[in-house]
Each structure stands twice: as C-alpha cells, then as structure tokens.
Design a protein around this ligand. Structure first.
Ligand code: PEP
Ligand code: MN
Length: 360
C-alpha cells in the first residue's frame, strides 16, 4: 500500500491536522445536549462536530432523530464554539437543508451506501459542492458497492471526497458490533490511494472499552482520521448508548494513541514498517479465525462419525487433502515441506478435537 501521507489531498489543502478527528453524539437529542457536548469538545483535538439529525434505524420505533430543527442547533455550535459541523444525509431534501444551514461535512450512512438509487440522488443534489463529503462503507461486506458510491460522487465533481470505514454486519457472533474486515479498507485504499479514509471505531466495536484498540489499529494502517461518538452522559444517550464515550475519555484516548507523523527518512521507514506490521496482524487474526472455523466443522464430522460409530482417522481422505493442498501451496509460492508440516499440525488438532467428541 502507498504511504498516503506522502500525497497531497484536500486534507493538506485545507490545512487539517493528522489525524482528523470528528466527534460528537450519535444523535442530536436536545439543544442543551448538543451545545453542552460541543462546549466540552471545544478546546480538544476535535476538528469537526458530528451529530445525527435524521437517524436511519434498522427497526422502526427507535429514536429516529430530531429532524431539521437540529440543524439550527449545529449552527449555534459553530457560532458559540467555532467547531465545524457534520451530519448524515440520506436524500435530496436532507442535502438541501444541510447546505442551507451551512453544515461543513456531510456523510452518507452505511444503510444508504447499499442503494445506488439513493447514492445517485445524493450525488446529484451535491453536484460541484466544496463541502467535505464522506461515504461510509455499506452495511454488508461488498467492496463494489462502496467503490460504486465513490465513483458516483467523483462523477458529480465533488472534490473534497473521502470514505469512512465503520465495519460490516455479519450473521456470525463476534466481539464486534460490525466486523472490521480491515482488508476491505486496505483494498479500497489501494484502488483510491489519494482518497482520505476515516475510521469509525464506535460503530465497529459497539462498545466503548474497545474503541482505543481499534483506533490504534486504524492509525497503524495509515488511516487519515477517526470519527468517535461522544456524549456527556453516554449511558442515557437516546441511541447507541453502549458505544459512546465522554468528552473526557475522548481526550484520554487521543492522548494515548501513538500517532506517527513522518517528517524524515527514519520516520518514513518506521511508518511503512508499522503499516506492514498492522497488515500482518490483520491477516494473522484471520488465520486464527479461519482455523477456529475449520475445527468447528471438523467437530461436526466427529459428531456424525460418533452416530455411525466410524473411526476418526480415514487415511484415504487425508491423503487426498494433502495432495491437493501441496499443489495449492505451490501455486502460492509455499514449499511442500511447509504445507506438509502445517497440515499435519492442523490434522492432529482436528483428530484431538474429534476424539474428544467421540469419547464424550
Ligand atoms: C452514525 O454515524 O450514527 C450512523 C448511523 O452510522 P452508520 O451509518 O455507520 O450505521
Ligand atoms: Mn450511532
């Protein structure tokens, strides 16, 4: 992957710092709440103040946002604190209202990115704007939907364009609310190396105590900024209560993050190295994940064999697997010796696993 910060983007043109920090509540709830949080964030590293005005909720009946009145509150935020403002837009009417109220940064939510009709409507409404426009990844892990949205917005002559990585929904139970699938963000970055990418650890984790770690990974992967939901009373927030942090905690998180600014050759080397290491960490986690899945499937075979009273070790099947994997390995540049050793270890673990089930 390119080292993005060697390239000039609108972040440099606007003289924005690294990392860019967007923070504020999931939802604007009341005027007092919006202003209170904004004042708490005023003298921090926060560059843009976010608040959802129209909230796309997966199920009806949850808080769906205060609507256009919230835009007046964001105007007040700008007047009183000098913070720039940000909100989500999901159709032409939202865009028109947000532009009328001089919102500085507009983002397209994950539930909108899945719909090319909606994305096109928003792109048309924003045509030629010099506001910052950020596109969240679609809720499902489909890179082409995300790329397609970027292409639609580029075609509408939007210069200050970027993306937000907020994770993907999955039917699997994981520790995340939305699994990061970091490789998707890495792939998007390699397709559009000069497109700034912001990480949203709040929606990835769904839990405030995991936000620091995800933010650090994002910075190690050369992300350009963070969007972190922040609320003065997170537990009583009207939406996404579990993932919001207090302004005080946000300041602590920003202080604790290792932020790399490359200015000389040594720093550039360190930055490239940590970027590659972060990619390796992502892949290693995937390896462990996939091995865990393999063991579960193998456990299923154990249960079947138990019902039929069949022996655990079946040599023919095993030799067939090995032969195939040696060939596959070769095509990936892996030596036969390595593939054999690795699969012997995997196979042994599988047998142990199945025997435990059969003898249970
Ligand atoms: C949000 O930022 O509050 C939001 C609704 O996010 P997403 O579109 O990522 O779910
Ligand atoms: Mn939210």
């Amino acid at each position: 992957m390119e080292n993005k910060k060697e390239m000039r983007t609108w972040l440099d043109d606007m003289d924005l710092p690294h990392p860019l920090v967007i923070a504020g509540p999931c939802s604007a709830e009341t005027e007092d709440q919006v202003l209170k949080i904004a004042h708490d964030l005023k003298d921090t590293d926060v560059n843009y103040y976010r608040a959802g005005i129209w909230k796309p909720r997966t199920r009806p009946g949850n808080f769906e946002g205060v609507g256009a009145i919230g835009l007046k509150w964001l105007q007040k935020v700008k007047e009183e604190t000098g913070l720039k403002t940000a909100t989500e837009v999901a159709n032409r009417a939202h865009v028109d209202l947000a532009l009328e109220h001089d919102v500085d940064l507009l983002w397209i939510g994950a539930r909108s990115t899945v719909s090319p009709f909606i994305v096109q409507e928003i792109a048309d409404a924003l045509e030629g704007t010099d506001k910052i426009v950020l596109i969240k990844n679609p809720v499902n892990p489909d890179l082409s939907l995300w790329l397609g949205a970027v292409e639609r917005l580029y075609s509408a002559d939007i210069k200050n364009l970027g993306v937000i990585h907020r994770g993907f929904s999955t039917y699997e139970k994981t520790k995340y609310r939305n699994i990061p699938e970091w490789q998707m963000a890495i792939e998007l970055q390699s397709k559009f190396p000069d497109l700034p990418i912001i990480n949203d650890p709040s929606h990835i984790t769904g839990k405030r105590d995991m936000i620091f770690d995800v933010s650090q990974t994002a910075l190690d992967l050369n992300f350009d900024g963070l969007m972190i939901e922040t609320h003065h009373d997170p537990d009583n927030a009207w939406s996404d209560a579990a993932q919001q942090v207090t302004p005080k905690r946000l300041v602590q998180i920003m202080d604790d993050l290792r932020i790399r600014k490359e200015t000389d050759e040594e720093a550039e080397y360190n930055s490239k190295l940590s970027n590659l290491r972060a990619q390796i960490d992502v892949i290693d986690n995937q390896i462990i994940d996939i091995l865990g899945k393999r063991m579960k499937v193998s456990g299923g075979i154990g249960t079947l064999k138990k019902q039929k009273n069949v022996a655990v070790l079946q040599t023919n099947r095993w030799n067939a697997i090995l032969g195939k994997m040696i060939l596959e390995g070769e095509s990936q540049g892996l030596s036969e010796e390595f593939v054999l050793r690795m699969f012997k270890a995997i196979h042994q673990e599988s047998i142990n696993h199945q025997e435990k089930i059969i003898n249970a």
